[in-house]
Design a protein around this ligand. Structure first.
Ligand SMILES: [Zn+2]
Length: 132
C-alpha cells in the first residue's frame, strides 16, 4: 500500500505572475474545507480562502503587492499592483494569513469542498486549527 505524503506542496501566482507563492498543506486541498465568506469584500472580490501561518508561506515578488486596509475590520487585503488579483488577507500582528485558493496553480474549483462563513455578521473568521 502506498503511503500518503505528510504534507502537500502547492504553488500559485497572480494573473500576471509578478507575485508567486508556495506553501505546504497537511492534506490535499480537496480534503479541506475552503471558506466561502459572505463579507462585503469577499463578495466583491470573489475570494475563496484557506488559512496558513505566514511563516509557512513563501512569497516571491512581494514588493509587487499593494494593500487595502479595511477601516471596519483592520484586515489588510493584499493584491497584485500589476493585475489586481486578490491574493492574501491578514492583519498586522496576526500569525495567520488567508490565501485566495483561486490563485493556486491548476486549482479545480469544482473539486473543492466549501464551508460558508458569515463574515457579514462575524468580525473575524477562521484560524489554522479550523483548517480554513
Ligand atoms: Zn499580477
Amino acid at each position: 500500500m502506498a503511503s500518503q505524503p505528510s504534507t502537500y506542496t502547492y504553488s500559485g501566482s497572480c494573473h500576471c505572475r509578478s507575485v508567486n507563492f508556495t506553501f505546504k498543506f497537511p492534506m490535499p486541498l480537496t480534503s479541506t474545507l475552503v471558506t466561502n465568506c459572505n463579507c462585503t469584500l469577499c463578495t466583491k472580490n470573489g475570494t475563496l480562502n484557506i488559512c496558513r501561518l505566514k511563516k509557512d508561506i513563501s512569497i516571491q515578488g512581494e514588493e509587487k503587492l499593494a494593500s487595502y486596509v479595511r477601516s471596519d475590520t483592520g484586515c489588510v487585503h493584499l493584491f497584485c499592483s500589476g493585475c489586481g488579483s486578490s491574493m492574501f488577507t491578514t492583519r498586522d500582528g496576526d500569525l495567520e494569513m488567508y490565501m485566495n485558493v483561486r490563485m493556486v496553480d491548476d486549482v479545480d474549483l469544482e473539486a473543492l469542498r466549501y464551508r460558508k462563513h458569515d463574515g457579514r455578521s462575524v468580525q473575524f473568521w477562521m484560524n489554522v486549527e479550523g483548517r480554513g
